[in-house]
Design a protein around this ligand. Structure first.
Ligand code: PLP
Length: 364
């Protein structure tokens, strides 16, 4: 099987497992795991912020960040196509009484300042209104096809947020894909955000883990929320060692994944009946649509699976292929062959043949 459902399917490499095996361990709830402490220091250094906190998942990283920035009853301004809004079970409103205000997401991942402006009440002292306390950005933007936010935009939105006196949190699940794609150090991006979460468990190949990065004072509060939510982990150095390995060895190679995505997208775009917007293919994600009326996205996805190719669905019937360490360039060619074969053979099954919800679960 060639698995392009997500870059979360990467397996730790033998060298990474070796690093995990050798890790020095302690109790991280006591702050005594030397490997976790190293990973946190390394992450803060890389992003040029004061401190960092190791998290079991990106979801908990975003949740603890929002809960730290927002008092109960405040609004968090999130993109209506963001992972935070769509895929994180409404955690901030469940756990923190925070109101999500969905802002329209542009196809390039931006939230327009004009739309954000509308989330602020005319009269901030009028007790009727919930007050905005945080803006969340996603970079790269998953449901927009892995697009990168430009530095001009980040500068603009930082000025806006400062004027409004509220912080910016960046959901950088694939933050390093953005910096590698732009060819700039990651802190050229993170200087525009007050807090950032990034995933070690996606393109960087760690089995588990995300980091929240920000000011020292902010991270202290994040640690309390993490403990409260059950994210205090004991000898967590065993997984933090994988994270250190990821940061030291897995960033530079993301360029390869971008090349795989680009090659795949360009070939797809030449096939009749398939639509790809090449402009959005900037990193490791390719969104495409099957316009050939003989298929639905579901039958097409299922037939690809029968040819040994797994892809996911990303809303509105768009299929998603994500490129990562564990797909070779040869497999990219094989994936294209599978697509061509399905198109050439035509539909061998119909929508009614599929048990809805009974096929592969949708992956992110
Ligand atoms: C995967 C992802 C997350 C959540 O990370 P988990 O570790 O799966 O909880 C958050 N934001 C974006 C954009 C993601 O792609």
């Amino acid at each position: 099987m060639i698995d392009l459902r997500s870059d979360t399917f990467t397996q730790p490499t033998p060298e990474m497992k070796e690093a995990m095996f050798r890790a020095k361990l302690g109790d991280d709830v006591y702050g005594e795991d030397p490997t976790v402490n190293r990973l946190e220091a390394l992450s803060a250094d890389l992003l040029k912020k004061e401190a960092a906190c190791f998290m079991p998942s990106g979801t908990m990283a975003n949740l603890t960040s929002i809960l730290t920035h927002c008092p109960r009853g405040a609004k968090v301004l999130v993109g209506n196509e963001s992972d935070i809004y769509i895929y994180e079970a409404g955690g901030a409103s469940v756990c923190g009484g925070v109101v999500y205000e969905p802002i329209p997401t542009q196809s390039d991942g931006r939230l327009l300042l004009n739309d954000l402006e509308h989330a602020f009440p005319e009269d901030m002292d009028d007790p009727q209104f919930a007050l905005p306390a945080l803006i969340c950005l996603e970079n790269t933007h998953n449901r927009c096809g892995g697009v990168v936010l430009s530095l001009e935009y980040l500068d603009e939105i930082q000025m806006f947020a400062r004027k409004k006196k509220i912080p910016i949190h960046m959901d950088g699940a694939r933050l390093f894909h953005a910096s590698v794609s732009m060819g700039i150090p990651v802190d050229d991006i993170t200087r525009y955000a007050d807090s950032i979460q990034f995933c070690l468990s996606k393109g960087l190949c760690s089995p588990i883990g995300s980091m929240v990065v920000g000011s020292g004072e902010f991270i202290e509060k994040v640690r309390r929320w993490r403990k409260m939510l059950g994210g205090g982990m004991r000898q967590a150095g065993v997984v933090a060692a994988a994270g250190i390995y990821s940061l030291q060895n897995m960033i530079f190679r993301l360029q390869e994944d971008h090349q795989k995505a680009r090659g795949f997208a360009e070939s797809l775009s030449r096939l009749p009946g398939i639509k790809v917007n090449l402009e959005t293919v900037q990193t490791n994600i390719v969104l495409f649509e099957i316009l050939d009326p003989r298929f639905t996205w579901r039958t097409f996805q299922h037939m690809l699976q029968q040819k040994g190719l797994l892809v996911s669905e990303m809303g509105f019937g768009r299929l998603r292929a994500v490129f990562h360490h564990d797909v070779t360039f040869t497999e990219v060619d094989e994936a294209l062959t599978a697509v061509k074969e399905v198109l050439a053979e035509g539909p061998t099954l119909m929508e009614g043949d599929l048990v809805v919800g009974g096929d592969k679960p949708i992956a992110r």
